[in-house]
Design a protein around this ligand. Structure first.
Ligand code: PLP
Length: 389
């Protein structure tokens, strides 16, 4: 019998229950059930060949050692050039810190500002790791409620209205997981203008889906607002854009005041991202972008199908999904809770989705459908759900 005494803080650390659904779906599939997975949050495409080749070449060329903790200078320069190309902004490569994926940036930002007595705002429903790490840090999580009637965009007025002298950090995410919501420029303008009255508040803008917008919508990067660059952390990465979730490569642009702190966190945590992956990251940014455009075109076609088919289900209505690769229909009319619908769709129809409540309390009444699956499978999945309903 062990008598291990764990730190109390561990009891406050949450998880990402999409992984739990995935495990259950895999278990059912192993029993011979035909499962269609619309629960997954990663592109169903392969990393483009030229990126894979660059990673292999780096290993063959002997890039086996540590790199600078903040990332290879050539990679940080490539990030800076990419941000100039996509958002028309100047970013000093010294402000870019490369980390293993999108998650470390949010963890480090929250650890940097979060402690008992501090408040951190985060989107709800939103990526579950935000609330999890805020609680872990001891800070008080203050939800930014995202509502269907606003297309799941945040309201700048509501965000600004919740700021207190304890607020240290505000997290925003557009295009958003799990809703597919995109916040329009006017709302972001309002938020930035209002923040000027609160110089003690930092902002983390999670722009990991910045390449995935549909229906002519534009991505508004918070980097485009010079007036808050001295307290903006802009998170982006390779996972979604280049179908590289398993490579573990992401970055953020940090304000001058945070760069040394985050670099120390990197040195204490992981030393650096593995070298070959960083070379693959350079190839991704500097090589042809056709594969990215093609993937986004395919997502857009599937998005139209899934939104149309969801709206045709009894008791279901689905807002136009504007970005990322998720639809977030309201299922209240089916009489089921989000968790009940998630479980029944999986067990009885063989379709994996994720309950809205996995993304926070404001997700009750909704389910997340990922359309990172073929149009054929999406149609089959919705036909099975129609029969069940
Ligand atoms: N931010 C959001 C909004 C996400 O949805 C995800 C992944 O699903 C991430 C960040 C994390 O990405 P990564 O896999 O690169 O850590």
């Amino acid at each position: 019998m062990t008598e291990l005494k764990f730190a109390e803080s561990l009891s406050r650390l949450g998880t990402e229950s999409a992984f739990v659904v995935l495990a259950r779906a895999q278990q059912l599939a192993a029993q011979g059930r035909d499962i269609i997975n619309l629960g997954i949050g990663q592109p169903d495409f392969k990393t483009p060949d030229h990126i894979v080749e660059a990673g292999i070449k780096a290993l063959r060329d002997g890039h086996h050692g540590y790199t600078p903790a903040n990332g290879l200078p050539a990679l940080r320069e490539a990030v800076s050039a990419d941000l100039h190309r996509r958002h028309g902004v100047e970013v000093n490569p010294d402000n870019v810190v490369v980390v293993p994926g999108g998650k470390p940036t949010m963890f480090f930002a929250v650890l940097m500002f979060g402690e008992p007595g501090a408040e951190i705002m985060y989107p709800n429903p939103g990526f579950p790791i935000y609330e999890s790490v805020i609680r872990y840090s001891g800070a008080t999580p203050v939800p930014i409620a995202l509502k269907e009637e606003n297309g799941f965009a945040f309201s700048a007025e509501e965000v600004l209205g919740q700021i207190t002298d304890k607020t240290r950090l505000i997290i925003i995410n557009s295009p958003a997981n799990p809703t597919g919501g995109v916040t329009p420029r006017e709302e972001i303008d309002k938020l930035v203008k209002g923040l000027l009255d609160h110089p003690h508040v930092a902002l983390m803008s999670d722009e990991i889906y910045s390449n995935m917008l549909y229906g002519g919508r534009e991505h508004v990067s918070l980097l485009q607002y010079p007036e808050i660059r001295d307290r903006l952390i802009m998170l982006d990465g390779w996972s979604k854009t280049y179908a590289m979730t398993g490579w573990r490569l992401g970055y953020a642009v940090w304000p001058d005041a945070c760069v040394d702190h985050v670099t120390r966190l990197c040195i204490n945590d992981h030393s650096c991202v593995n070298a070959a992956t960083q070379f693959a990251g350079i190839a991704a940014l500097e090589g042809p972008q056709d594969a990215v455009h093609d993937m986004v075109r395919q997502f857009d076609a599937r998005r139209e199908i899934i939104v149309r088919e969801l709206n045709a289900l009894p008791g279901v209505r689905c807002a136009d999904a504007a970005g990322a690769f998720y639809a977030f229909p309201n299922i209240e009319g089916t009489g089921m809770s989000a968790k009940e619908a998630q479980d029944r769709f999986l067990d009885e129809a063989g379709v994996a989705t994720v309950a809205g409540t996995s993304f926070g309390a404001w997700g009750e009444g909704y389910l997340r459908f990922s359309y990172a699956n073929s149009a054929e499978n999406i149609l089959e999945a919705l036909s099975r759900i129609r029969k069940l309903l």
